[in-house]
Design a protein around this ligand. Structure first.
Ligand code: FPP
Ligand code: MG
Length: 348
């Protein structure tokens, strides 16, 4: 057993933060490995484009890696809610979920002026912003074609909502930069829009394609939603605790850009001297300097921001496990459960 705090945040304190088995994503996805290979092949070779330059660019984007959590989640949800073999519609659903995720990251890197993603140069850095916007658009277009192939208006509506949520989440984040007022509803809402909406859509739609009843569809939605929130909270935590090598992108960049997430919010709401100092560093934009960000991160760590954030992630993880209780026991349900623990113990 590994200590949750120790694995999430290698620089965190020695406090006992509870324990979970550290999960390996490869083993979790093993029950759907065959189907994951089909998704991978689709992503790397089946995205039709007449221009060899664009086709090559798309291949490079998908060969750059990524954990493929979302397609795995769709396939596991499909198998956990039906004894049938995974059909082509579930594969397409899985592909389109990854296409939307990848497209949103290509656009996000333009917005954030990021140069590194998954340890590789971003499209905007390697080429330029205009090209990156168009490539992101192209990926969204490919996802729309996949969506049409599902011939399911309910799922078209669900994914339409996801696209709106992704944009809304980015807009909220942009407008809340450097604002130190603690508002947890806003934080959770932003996390739902940026991340959890797509997770929920994938899990729920897999159950819809299996013609499951409303109770199971709702349980899969709730599982995906809470897993997505948990994922985003841990992402926000890793920005404070992980290294650039672990993340494949620069660490500490959220706060440096004025994006205030859970680890900082927990400290800010304490309203003690350290909290006031953190507030000052943010308000005066000193977090954008090397000394400022270093002081801010050190306050967050010494004032318990890491431990409180882990506890918050765990509370959402707990809700995921409750939703899974409605599903019949199977290796696939077991993997969905292990995925929850993976979310809480991942280091990158
Ligand atoms: C990563 O956030 C970004 C997202 C989860 C979503 C970004 C969404 C958009 C840019 C809008 C997409 C556009 C359409 C048309 C739907 P982050 O910056 O916190 O994470 P990072 O550190 O991995 O970049
Ligand atoms: Mg970003």
């Amino acid at each position: 057993m590994t200590k949750l705090g120790a694995s999430i945040a290698e620089e965190s304190t020695d406090q006992d933060l509870g324990s979970l088995t550290k999960q390996d994503l490869g083993s979790i996805l093993a029950p759907v490995r065959k189907e994951m290979d089909l998704v991978e092949k689709f992503l790397q070779t089946n995205l039709v484009d007449d221009s060899p330059f664009v086709a090559d660019l798309l291949t490079q984007i998908f060969q750059a890696g990524g954990k493929r959590i979302r397609p795995g989640l769709v396939l596991l949800s499909a198998k956990a809610t039906s004894a049938e073999e995974v059909g082509s519609l579930q594969i397409i659903l899985s592909v389109l979920t990854e296409l939307i995720h990848t497209a949103s990251l290509v656009h996000d890197d333009v917005i954030d002026q990021a140069g590194l993603r998954r340890g590789k140069e971003t499209v905007n850095r390697k080429w330029n912003d205009k090209l990156a916007v168009l490539v992101g658009d192209l990926l969204f277009a490919q996802a729309s074609i996949c969506l049409a192939r599902l011939m399911n208006p309910a799922i078209v509506g669900i994914y339409g909502q996801v696209l709106g949520d992704l944009c809304a989440g980015e807009l909220v984040q942009m407008r809340q930069k450097y604002i130190t007022t603690v508002n947890w509803d806003n934080y959770v809402h932003k996390s739902v829009c940026k991340t959890a909406s797509l997770f929920a859509a994938g899990c729920k739609s897999a159950a819809i394609l299996n013609h499951k009843d409303d109770q199971i569809v709702q349980a899969m939605h709730d599982y995906g939603l809470n897993l997505g929130i948990c994922f985003q909270i841990v992402d926000d935590l890793l920005d404070v605790t992980a290294t650039e090598v672990q993340l494949g992108k620069p660490a500490g960049s959220d706060l440096a850009q004025g994006v205030i997430t859970a680890p900082a919010l927990f400290v800010l709401e304490r309203q003690n001297d350290k909290a006031k100092r953190l507030e000052q560093l943010i308000a005066k934009r000193e977090v954008s300097t090397e000394e400022g960000i270093s002081e801010a991160l050190s306050i967050i760590k010494s004032e318990g921001g890491v431990e409180s954030t882990i506890a918050l992630a765990q509370s959402y993880a707990q809700k995921c496990h409750q939703s899974l209780e409605l599903l019949p026991a199977s290796d696939y349900r077991q993997s969905l459960s292990m995925l929850v623990d993976f979310m809480c113990t991942r280091t990158g």
